[in-house]
Design a protein around this ligand. Structure first.
Ligand SMILES: Cc1cc2nc3c(=O)[nH]c(=O)nc-3n(C[C@H](O)[C@H](O)[C@H](O)COP(=O)(O)OP(=O)(O)OC[C@H]3O[C@@H](n4cnc5c(N)ncnc54)[C@H](O)[C@@H]3O)c2cc1C
Length: 343
């Protein structure tokens, strides 16, 4: 069967592309339903969710962030409040705003312009790999596409626990080169742990962290890898969006906003190809140029991630206190927002 576009992966990036496209589009994911299988803490900026018009997916708005570093508790009042979201509701809203057809199938291979799945083969000239850090399609083109290092790993639990602020802990004794967090979500919170080195045996660390609040980890943990290294935004004739292209921001691990931001641009370019306003080659080049123009910000944030995870805690605290000075904070926050702002 031939489609105007095929999108592999129906999470933030894939749905972000699908939302923009008007043609005959197939969206493939191994999940049974759109919005199944949350991996993330699902926190984004409130203004961003409002721009999308998806406020109804918001669980809690957060305007205070507390950074615990050694004996220091550094409190930031956010000019751009954050908001935790209901993953399923958010994905379903994105899908509702698209005209794509959803197919629950596992992607197994690629034969030229055909995507091979366990439910058959589907053909298109415009193929998007939005399959997350594993970049399933790009890896079929180049088996070293996903770098061996350059990814973090995190897990979360969701106990009943109310909190006002987003809280982040850096404690190298409990978790070297990693962080703990609480993202409040109304009646419950997402308590998590991540290793910037991509270490996966961190469940014990999460258990101790959760226990320090008198809580237990809930049965269902979620999480996974998220990339910290920016990757090529195209491979062969394939467009890559979101974690598959390493577009999750290093240091902060913010990947939802970039996935939708780059997804929008990718979708607009593909629509021009469908409308025959551009050739596939030109579209691939334009998307690549657009994505690559952001590489310098990713390189900077990755350098910061490396420095801050390798210096003593008191220097991390001093740096954070400096960034927290009102005019510096205002400047840095705006610069950070502008990295992936929807126009
Ligand atoms: C613990 C944790 C907490 C995080 N917290 C935040 C946060 O608070 N805010 C934030 O902005 N970011 C956060 N992130 C990062 C964020 O989750 C990712 O950057 C984001 O999910 C990337 O979206 P994506 O659509 O590119 O990839 P994914 O969300 O990984 O989606 C990939 C999709 O592809 C599908 N897929 C993969 N392989 C196949 C296959 N072979 N066949 C069919 N389908 C396939 C998957 O089922 C999935 O639906 C967090 C990540 C983790 C791990």
């Amino acid at each position: 069967m031939k489609y105007d576009a095929i999108i592999a992966g129906a999470s933030f990036a894939g749905l972000g592309v699908a939302k923009v496209l008007k043609g005959n589009v197939l969206l493939i994911d191994r999940k049974f339903e759109i919005g199944d299988g949350q991996t993330s803490a699902c926190c984004s900026y409130e203004y961003f969710l409002a721009k999308l018009g998806y406020e109804e997916a918001i669980l809690q708005v957060i305007d205070v962030e507390v950074f615990h570093c050694g004996s220091e508790d550094i409190v930031s009042h956010l000019n751009y409040p954050l908001a935790t979201i209901d993953y399923k509701k958010f994905c379903q809203l994105l899908f509702k705003n698209s005209r794509a057809q959803f197919l629950s199938a596992k992607i197994l291979g690629l034969k030229g312009n055909k995507v091979v799945t366990d439910k058959g083969e589907f053909q298109s000239d415009c193929i998007v790999d939005a399959s997350g850090w594993q970049a399933v399609l790009a890896s079929l083109i180049r088996n070293d596409f996903v770098p061996k290092n350059g990814k973090s790993f995190g897990i979360e639990t969701t106990p009943i626990y109310k909190n006002e602020a987003l809280e982040i802990w850096v404690n190298p004794k409990m978790m070297p080169k990693g962080v703990f967090w609480i993202f409040p979500c109304g009646d419950f919170s997402r308590l998590g742990i991540a290793s910037y080195l991509g270490k996966t045996n961190i469940k014990e660390g999460l258990e101790s962290f959760v226990k320090s609040f008198g809580l237990k980890i809930t049965e269902e943990l979620h999480g996974g890898f998220f990339p910290s290294k920016f990757r090529e935004p195209t491979a062969g004739n394939i467009f890559l969006v979101g974690d598959s292209a390493g577009q999750c921001l290093p240091l902060t691990g913010e990947g939802i906003r970039p996935a939708i931001y780059f997804g929008k641009k990718c979708g607009e370019i593909i629509q021009q190809i469908i409308n025959k306003e551009k050739t596939l080659e030109q579209g691939l080049k334009d998307y690549r140029d657009f994505a690559m123009s952001h590489k310098k910000y990713y390189t900077f944030l990755l350098a910061l991630q490396k420095i801050l995870t390798n210096v003593p805690n008191y220097l991390v605290a001093s740096f954070t206190k400096f960034v927290n000075l009102k005019p510096v904070f205002k400047y840095c926050e705006k610069k950070y927002i502008d990295l992936a702002d929807l126009k």
